[in-house]
Structure formats: C-alpha cells, structure tokens
Design a protein around this ligand. Structure first.
Ligand SMILES: [Mn+2]
Length: 361
C-alpha cells in the first residue's frame, strides 16, 4: 500500500467520523422533539418496547462486518445519551432550579431575611414538653438576638410507644412562649389534616425527614402562604430532595428552605452522616436557602460546634440545633440536645468563628 493510499483511506475515515457525528447530533435533536411531545402528553420518557423495536430493526439490517453485539452496545450508548439529554432538559425546567431563577430566594420571617448575607439560626428543644421548658429556651434564644425558635408538637418517632408530642396543645404553648419573647415559631406538621389548625400558631411549617416524600403533605404545604422548612429524607438522594421541594413550589408557595440533616450510611460513629457537600450542590442546583441541622445529622453534642462551623464555611444559609433546659430528662433526643450553658458556649464560639472569617462584621 502506497503512502498516498493510506492518506486517502484515513481521509475517508475522518469524513465518516464527521458524518457519524452529524447524524448523532441530528438524531439527538429529533429525540428532543419527541421529548417535548411526550411531556405535553404526560407520558414516561423511557419506553422499553420502543427501544426493543429499534434494536430489532438494527439487527434485521446489520449485514456486518461489525458483530451484532457491538452494534447493540454502540446504539445503547446513543439511546442513553439522548435519554440523559431529555432528563437534563427536564431538570432545567424545575421551578426550584437555579437555571429557572438565577437570584437567591430570600425568605423573610419575623424580620429575619433568610438566604441573604448572614447565617440564620434556629434553636429550640426537640419537643415541646411544658410552658416552663419552652419559655426558658425562648428567653435564652431571644437574649442572643435571634428571631426563631423550634420545637416539635407532633413528633414522628421511630417507635409508636415513644413520646408522640403534645399536639395542638404543644403548639399553643410554644406560640405563647415565642410571642412573649418576640420569636417566630418553626414547628413540624405531619399530616395535611393538622395544617389548618396549626397555621394560627406556626410561622414556618417544618416538614420532617420522615415525611419528605409524603406528597399529599408537600402539596398541602405548597398551597398555604407560609414559609416551609423541608428536611432531607433519611435515605433520600439530592435529586429526590429537590423534587420534594418542587412538589411544594408547584402549588404556588415559593417560600421554601431546604435542610440537610444527615443521611443513613454504614457509619455508626454518628447518628447519621452529615452530607456536607449537599450544601454547595443544593445552592448550585436550586435558588433556595439551605440549612444544616447539626443535632440530627451528628447525634453528638461534641460535634455540634465543628459541624456548624463547617456548614457556615461551606455556604449554608443557616444552622439548626436543639437546646433543652435539662437534656438529661428530655422526652426525646436526650443524647444530643445542648443545655443552656453549652448553648451559650456554642453560640459565642460560632460568633467568634464568623467574625474571624469576616462572615459577621
Ligand atoms: Mn430532635
């Protein structure tokens, strides 16, 4: 074979490559069109029967020399790319997506602008147990100039025999203590049925980890005009978490805050594994404020401060932590709540950290 011949064959291969490239892209455009039609009809994007049909057609017309298994392998990759492209387009279309709205969403509660400039803190006991208990904590929170208090009245617990919370009575107690101290209430609602009665006493509706995919509850929270704090599920992927937020916003309520609270892994040194990288990912993917709950992610008092620092350093808009006047006798999460002294220490250390890093001036 002469050198000229080789050059000319290589030239042909180059041309064919470009032709294949052009065809792959042309195919992708047609698939995108199909995606739009399917979206309008509300049908599933992946259709295994259709894929089988396409593979059969290729088999009928493949006369070699490329073996059929290789042809299938190559075309399956092409099919997959097109499907991924469709999914990417779908993600861009989400209302919570940063691509849909570039600017940060700022949620205003009790004069606190959450998601803007300085981090927001949400402190309070795991559960509302008595007026004295929440009132003591409310005073400590207000003394620090903070604007929000948390406390569970409806407690979804692992065991049905564990303390289930004081219910509406608990919300009334929390609301009273909060008002007396100029604080807004963050409290979990577990069923759409409780939402209406709770609205008089709650300023931020919390949807807990165990209810992250309670779609009826998400839709109900989306149809009221109160901010929602949505916690990530125990074993939820970031994608599932984002879609849960989409359920809320799809009903018209865009006052949503996300909260990373640790995920379940094989690691037992902490109660859950704090997925710290979820914070910047959620900030990139969505326009919503992102919190880190250091209490439930670690389940360890000695890790509250370092993880809170990490949360702020990585760009979280706020931190949530549990405080109880006497954690040893708390009816839930006795292991990990801070007492008032520890709370003071935690708070002042965090302030120091933020000042030294010019987060607070
Ligand atoms: Mn708790």
């Amino acid at each position: 074979m002469s050198l000229n011949e080789l050059e000319s064959l290589r030239g042909k291969v180059d041309e064919l490559n470009l032709e294949i490239l052009r065809l792959i892209n042309e195919r992708a455009e047609v698939v995108q069109e199909i995606g739009k039609v399917k979206e309008k009809q509300g049908v599933n994007r992946y259709d295994p029967l259709r894929e089988r049909h396409m593979l059969n057609l290729l088999k009928d017309f493949n006369h070699g020399p490329v073996p059929q298994s290789t042809v299938e392998h190559i075309f399956k990759e092409i099919f997959k790319t097109a499907l991924e492209q469709q999914e990417e387009d779908q993600r861009k279309a989400l209302l919570v997506s940063r691509k849909k709205k570039k600017e940060d969403t700022v949620v205003e509660v009790n004069g606190e602008k959450i998601g803007q400039d300085i981090p927001t803190f949400i402190f309070g006991p795991c559960a509302v147990e008595s007026y004295e208990q929440v009132s003591t904590v409310a005073k400590a929170v207000a003394a620090k100039g903070q604007k929000l208090i948390r406390g569970g009245a409806y407690k979804p617990r692992t065991s049905p025999y564990d303390f289930q919370g004081l219910g509406l009575e608990g919300l009334k107690i929390l609301s009273r203590a909060a008002k007396e101290n100029g604080l807004a209430v963050v409290s979990e609602i577990v069923t759409p049925g409780h939402l209406e009665e709770a609205l008089d006493y709650v300023d931020v509706i919390q949807i807990g980890a165990r209810n992250m995919q309670n779609f009826e509850l998400l839709k109900a929270a989306g149809s009221v005009r109160k901010p929602v704090l949505l916690k990530r599920g125990l074993a939820a992927t970031i994608d599932e978490f984002i879609n849960a937020a989409e359920y809320i916003i799809s009903q018209g309520n865009d006052q949503i805050m996300l909260c990373e609270r640790g995920i379940r892994t094989y690691e037992r040194a902490t109660r859950n594994t704090l997925d710290i990288s979820a914070v910047p990912i959620l900030k990139q993917e969505t326009h919503l404020p992102v919190f880190v709950d250091v209490t439930h992610s670690t389940g360890r008092r000695d890790l509250l401060l370092p993880t809170a620092k990490a949360a702020i350093a990585v760009g979280a808009d706020g931190v949530m932590a549990e405080v109880h006047p006497d954690p040893a006798v708390a009816l839930s999460d006795a292991q990990q709540q801070m007492n008032l002294e520890q709370f003071d220490e935690f708070y002042s250390e965090l302030q120091k950290f933020m000042k030294s890093h010019a987060i607070l001036v």
